[in-house]
Design a protein around this ligand. Structure first.
Ligand code: GTP
Length: 422
C-alpha cells in the first residue's frame, strides 16, 4: 500500500481533519481501547462505505469524465515539473486566497495558514501521482465533509479550485514546449479536477441532507413535545388544583358534551349538586388547612362512590357536582345518599346538602339549566335543614332555660330533607 497523506485539501482541510475524525477509531487503531459491540452507526463506516463508493463506482466516475489510464499516466509524467514548482504554486495560491475576506476570516491565524499550506502542498503533489484509487477518493470525500462542517461554501471551494487550476495551467504553459503535450496535460488536469470536485460536492450535499434530516427529526420531536405540553396545559386548565377534579370550566364542557350525547342516544343525564354545610365556620373554627383537607377528602369520597364513567367536579369553594350519564334522578339520589353517608362516617360533626336534577330522554335542558335546577334543589334542602336545626335548637333552649342557646349539633340529614322536598 502506498503511503499517501489523507490530510491534503484544496485549502482548508489540514488542521480540521481531527475535528471530524471519530475519537473511537483513533483509540482503536492505537490499541488503547477495546472495541465495544454496538449497533452499526454512521461513524462506524468509512466515508467510502457511507457514500457507497466502490472500486467499480470510482472507475465509472473516471469513465464519465473520459479519464483513462493514458491520461492518468500523462498526469503522473508531470510530477517532476510540479515538484520543482510546488513552493511557488502554494505560495501564489495562498496569496490569492487570502485576498478574499471570507477565506481570510475562515483561516483565522498564521498557524492554521501554515498547516493549510502543507496540506495544500500535499494535495497538489497527490494530483500528479497517477494513482486515483479508494484512498485518493476518500481524502476528496473528506474535504466535502469538513467544508460543510466548518462553513466553507461551494462558491469559495469552486473559486479556490479555479485559482489552483489557473496557477497549474500557467506552470504547464511556461514549462512544456510541445503544444500538443501542453494541451493534453491541461485537458487531463481539467478532468481530474472535475473528478475531485464531484467527490467533494457529493459529501458536501450528503452532509447537508443529513443535517436537514436531523433538523427535521428534532423539529418533529419538538412538535410532539409541544403537543403533549399543550394537552397537559389544557388538562390543567380544566382541573381543580386542590382536589384534581374537573373545575367549573371542565365541568361545563363535560356537561355540555354529555347532554348532547344523551340527546343522540335518547338517554338520561343526572346531576348531583353538593355543598358542605357551614364550611365557612369549619374554616374559622378548625383552620383553612383542615378546611382544605375536608375538601380533598370529599372529592375522594365522591370519586370512589360513583362509577368511573361519572364525572366529578369542584365548582369552587365548598361546592361540588357529579355528572351521571345514563342515570335517572332516583338513582342519582341514592348515589348522593351514599356520598353523604361516606362523608358523615368520616366527619360525624359535619354535613352536606345535596340536590339532584335530571334531563332527557325526550326534552333536554341546557347545561346551565340543569345545573341551576340541581343547585336550586340543594338550596331548598339546605334551607330545610337549617330550619329543622333552628327548631331543634329552640326546643333544646326552651327545655334548658335560662341557659344560653347552644349551637345546634349538625346531625340533620340533608338527604332526608331532599327526599321530603320531593
Ligand atoms: N379551606 C378552604 N376554604 C375555601 C376554599 N375555597 C373557598 N373556601 C371557603 O369556603 C367558604 C364557603 O362559605 P359559604 O359560601 O359562605 O358557605 P357555607 O359557610 O358552607 O354556608 P352554607 O353554604 O350556607 O352552608 C368560604 O368561607 C370560603 O372562603 C378552599 O379552597 N379551601
Amino acid at each position: 500500500m502506498r503511503c499517501r497523506s489523507l490530510q491534503s485539501t484544496i485549502y482548508l482541510e489540514g488542521s480540521l481533519q481531527d475535528m471530524v475524525r471519530p475519537h473511537g477509531s483513533m483509540s482503536f487503531r492505537s490499541g488503547r481501547t477495546h472495541p465495544v459491540r454496538v449497533a452499526m452507526r454512521p461513524i462506524d463506516k468509512s466515508l467510502l462505505e457511507q457514500m457507497h463508493i466502490s472500486e467499480v463506482e470510482i472507475q465509472r466516475r473516471k469513465e464519465f469524465l473520459s479519464l483513462d489510464e493514458a491520461d492518468l499516466a500523462d498526469l503522473a509524467a508531470l510530477k517532476p515539473l510540479i515538484n520543482e514548482h510546488i513552493e511557488i504554486i502554494v505560495e501564489e495560491f495562498y496569496e490569492r486566497q487570502t485576498e478574499i475576506d471570507e477565506i481570510s476570516l475562515l483561516i483565522g491565524d498564521s498557524e492554521t495558514l501554515q498547516r493549510l499550506r502543507s496540506a495544500q502542498r500535499q494535495y497538489v503533489l497527490d494530483i500528479f501521482t497517477g494513482y486515483y484509487d479508494a484512498e485518493y477518493v476518500n481524502s476528496r470525500l473528506r474535504i466535502g465533509l469538513v467544508h460543510k462542517r466548518i462553513g466553507v461554501e461551494p462558491k469559495l471551494f469552486l473559486a479556490a479550485m479555479r485559482t489552483l487550476k489557473e496557477i497549474l495551467f500557467r506552470v504547464i504553459d511556461e514549462n512544456l514546449e510541445d503544444v500538443q503535450a501542453t494541451k493534453s496535460a491541461k485537458n487531463n488536469l481539467d478532468k481530474l479536477m472535475y473528478f475531485d470536485i464531484t467527490l467533494v460536492f457529493d459529501t458536501y450535499i450528503d452532509t447537508l441532507l443529513n443535517e436537514v434530516h436531523s433538523a427535521k427529526r428534532r423539529m418533529e420531536l419538538y412538535a410532539r413535545n409541544l403537543e403533549e405540553k399543550t394537552k397537559e396545559l389544557a388538562a390543567y386548565a380544566e382541573k381543580d388544583a386542590l382536589t384534581g377534579l374537573f373545575n367549573k370550566r371542565g365541568m361545563s364542557e363535560a356537561l355540555n358534551r354529555e347532554i348532547r350525547m344523551a340527546e343522540r342516544r335518547h338517554s338520561l343525564v343526572s346531576l348531583i349538586y353538593c355543598d358542605i354545610d357551614d364550611f365557612k365556620q369549619i374554616n374559622d373554627t378548625h383552620g383553612h388547612h383542615k378546611g382544605d383537607e375536608i375538601l380533598v377528602t370529599f372529592g375522594q369520597i365522591m370519586r370512589e362512590t360513583v362509577r368511573s364513567s361519572d364525572i366529578c367536579c369542584r365548582l369552587g369553594g365548598d361546592e361540588f357536582c357529579c355528572i351521571l350519564p345514563d342515570c335517572d334522578a332516583k338513582s342519582a339520589k341514592t348515589i348522593g345518599s351514599k356520598i353523604e353517608l361516606a362523608f358523615q362516617s368520616k366527619y360525624p360533626n359535619f354535613s352536606i346538602s345535596l340536590g339532584v336534577a335530571e334531563t332527557g330522554d325526550r326534552d333536554y335542558l341546557r347545561e346551565e339549566e340543569l345545573l341551576r335546577a340541581a343547585d336550586a334543589m340543594m338550596y331548598r334542602n339546605k334551607e330545610a335543614r337549617k330550619r329543622s336545626a333552628a327548631e331543634a335548637a329552640s326546643k333544646t333552649s326552651a327545655r334548658t332555660l335560662p341557659a344560653p342557646a347552644q349551637a345546634a349539633e349538625k346531625t340533620t340529614s340533608s338527604t332526608a330533607a331532599q327526599s321530603d322536598d320531593h
